[in-house]
Write a new protein. Structure first.
Length: 246
């Protein structure tokens, strides 16, 4: 299949559901060879995508697993760091253990992923880190999440400058979704006693008046993975229906 990503191998973490799964499908549609990982190997997704896809189990916080998988996968040109968790609650009720868990999954794993890319992307390529609008603006009762996603934002810029100055041929960018209709977001909303009102309120925070779709983010991934974005590095691509514009 020819397409915007033909000839590229794309490694996507957190691919079992949500943004990672949508991104894998869109990259496959554009001709990429896929490597999809999650805590439980997303074998069903690999079967859906066909012979050009391989699936592996991966705990993205496990440093040794990154090196092990890099050896198994071989050359790859794109890394999409989509694995993450969203945990909230009042600051006064947030334990140090909970704080560290969110930072570990959302920020430390992004460091491990990017370092793996720097070490193993010998032919250059694109590293795409999924951050959030809450890595740009604050939100009550999500202290660890905001800190982790804000860390992803600035870590991405540091890595991008280093790669560029060392002429590594690797671009590093972050994507900052607004509220997207994914299982993680909807499960969180549905936990609330006033779920319908809560969903309506979240939608109203976006000037366009509704939540985004997973493919809105997947399309941004395709652009940053493709050679169309060859002069784009160290940027934050905000895809948020206007959430951060007011």
């Amino acid at each position: 299949m020819s397409g915007r990503l033909s000839g590229k191998t794309v490694w996507i973490t957190g691919a079992a559901s949500g943004l990672g799964r949508a991104s894998a499908r869109r990259c496959a549609e554009e001709g990429a060879t896929l490597v999809v990982t999650d805590l439980k190997s997303p074998d069903d997704l690999a079967r859906e995508l066909g012979g050009q896809a391989r699936a592996f189990a991966q705990d993205t916080t496990d440093e040794d697993r990154w090196e092990e998988l890099a050896g198994l996968i071989g050359d790859f040109q794109v890394m999409v760091n989509s694995a993450g968790i969203g945990v909230g609650g009042p600051l006064t009720d947030t334990s140090l253990a909970d704080w560290r868990h969110v930072i570990n999954v959302n920020l430390d794993a992004t460091f491990l992923a990017t370092r793996t890319g720097f070490r193993h992307m010998k032919t250059g390529g694109s590293i795409i880190n999924l951050s959030s609008i809450l890595g740009i603006v604050g939100n009550a009762e999500t202290p660890a999440y905001c800190a982790s996603k804000g860390g992803v934002r600035l870590f991405t810029k540091s890595a991008a400058v280093e790669a560029a100055q060392k002429q590594m041929g690797i671009r590093v960018n972050s994507i900052h979704p607004g509220y997207i209709e994914t299982p993680m977001v909807m499960d969180r909303v549905n936990e609330q006693p006033d779920a319908a009102d809560r969903l309506a309120y979240i939608a109203s925070r976006h000037p366009v008046g509704h939540l985004g779709e997973a493919n809105d983010i997947a399309n941004a991934v395709v652009y940053l993975a493709s050679d169309e974005s060859k002069f784009v590095t160290g940027t934050e691509m905000v895809v948020d229906g206007g959430y951060t514009a007011w």
